[in-house]
Design a protein around this ligand. Structure first.
Ligand SMILES: [Ca+2]
Ligand SMILES: [Ca+2]
Ligand SMILES: [Ca+2]
Length: 421
């Protein structure tokens, strides 16, 4: 409706123009915008030019009105959230609303009269108090937008599932958690997951982050490739279960010990063909074994087996002493595990007393001389030397009688026999 009042003593005409169309008006009498103009206008603003002139040709063109054609309710585009989606947090809401005379945008939750206003094209999370008040399960958000002409769009309603509860996970495995696996077969696990929106179940294994998916409540073997590549010893299986709302349960970790091999022994010392003198050699080993039981060695092909503890030690001196000089010796180290599997490693060394560089040690002369037998022999030897010297001196200085010679020979005999006793 257009109603223009113009005052002039010589008023001629009043008219308006939209685009290129001009329309004459009667002074102070309302008139609807020409239907031809109205229908040709797009939604949105347009300019209405007002004119009035007088008979002298003076034109007043100072009034220009900015008006808007608005025949439809606001158009709503929901960027977020997705209809029929699952959420474990207050969902983000993002609306884009188009309207020539947009007024307000708001939403509410079905069953709750509280309304929450939104800014156009500006994401924000669902009102936190509203979210917290919702039970688990489906709920509906109603979106609204109105314009300044009073038209309202109330046609959008989306449904979202609130799920803030982690999947429940339980396990049965073969063998039992924390046990040793002695047989070279990948262990089997059975994971049961309980969640109203259960999505996926998977596991990873120590040293391999590849996700391995599992069927719910189904006995499954650990991936054979992963199993084959696991070293001896402890490994862990990390269980994961999520739901469609994004809740993740990663609390379950299984621990096993792979023990499928005999002990693996590496001899660090002695070295191959290393020479040793009178002192028995020491040794240093590394042993890879999950369930080490006993360790022992032999240097005589198994006649004597000597148990040792730890990775270092000395060959028993008494055994070493029995080895002749310049002899090649094979030391064989053994280890067994709790399953009775025996591993061994051997090394050839040589006994060579000349490597000692100290002859007294070679023959242990001092030891011999200080032994009881040695002392008697020495005593007898010294006695003989003294007696023979006396005989020699006496015999030379004066020709002794036969009695004296007999006496000396008697002493000498006694000493000899004593030394043999
Ligand atoms: Ca509108
Ligand atoms: Ca859940
Ligand atoms: Ca083993």
């Amino acid at each position: 409706m257009i109603n223009i009042t113009a005052s002039d003593t010589n008023l001629d005409s009043i008219w308006y123009r939209v685009g290129v169309i001009n329309e004459i008006l009667n002074n102070s009498i309302g008139e609807a915008l020409l239907p031809a103009i109205w229908s040709s206008l797009p939604e949105g603003s347009f300019l209405l030019y007002i004119y009035a002139n007088d008979t002298s040709g003076n034109v007043n063109n100072t009034i220009i009105l900015t008006l808007a054609k608005d025949t439809i309710a606001p158009q709503i585009t929901i960027v977020n959230p997705m209809n029929l989606s699952y959420s474990n947090i207050a969902p983000w809401i993002h609306l884009i609303v188009n309207d020539a005379t947009l007024d307000s945008i708001w939403y509410n939750i079905t069953g709750d009269p509280t309304i929450y206003f939104l800014l156009n094209d500006t994401p924000e999370q669902l009102n936190n108090a509203a979210w917290n008040g919702l039970p688990q399960g489906w709920f509906s958000i109603n979106f609204y937008a109105n314009d300044s002409t009073g038209k309202i769009n109330d046609t959008f309603c989306i449904q979202i599932y609130k799920d803030t509860i982690n999947p429940l996970v339980s396990v049965s495995s073969l063998p039992a958690n924390n046990s040793y696996i002695y047989v070279d077969v990948a262990p089997r696990i059975n994971i049961s997951v309980s969640d109203i929106n259960n999505n996926s179940i998977w596991y990873t294994v120590t040293g391999n982050s590849t996700k391995q998916f599992l069927l719910n409540n189904t006995l499954s073997s650990i991936d054979q490739y992963i199993w084959n590549n696991l070293g001896q010893g402890m490994f862990q299986i990390f269980i994961f279960a999520n739901d469609t709302a994004g809740n993740l349960n990663d609390s379950l970790v299984l621990t096993f010990y792979k023990d499928t091999l005999a002990p693996q022994i590496t001899i660090i010392s002695p070295l191959t063909d290393e020479k040793f003198g009178g002192t028995a050699p020491s040794f240093n080993l590394s042993i890879v074994e999950v369930s080490l039981n006993t360790t022992w060695y032999t240097i005589d092909g198994g006649l004597n087996n000597t148990i040792f503890i730890g990775l270092n030690g000395n060959i028993l001196q008494v055994l070493w002493d029995e080895i002749p000089d310049l002899q090649e010796i094979t030391i064989i180290f053994y280890a067994n595990d709790s399953q009775g599997r025996i591993g061994n490693a051997s090394i050839v060394i040589q006994k060579d007393l000349s490597t000692d560089g100290n002859p007294t040690e070679q023959f242990d002369l001092i030891g011999l001389l200080t032994s009881p037998v040695g002392l008697i022999v020495i005593g007898a030897s010294i006695g003989s030397i003294i007696i023979f010297s006396v005989i020699k001196i006496r015999g030379r200085s004066h020709r002794g009688g036969g009695k004296e010679k007999e006496k000396i020979e008697e002493i000498l005999r006694d000493t000899w026999w004593k030394s043999r006793d």
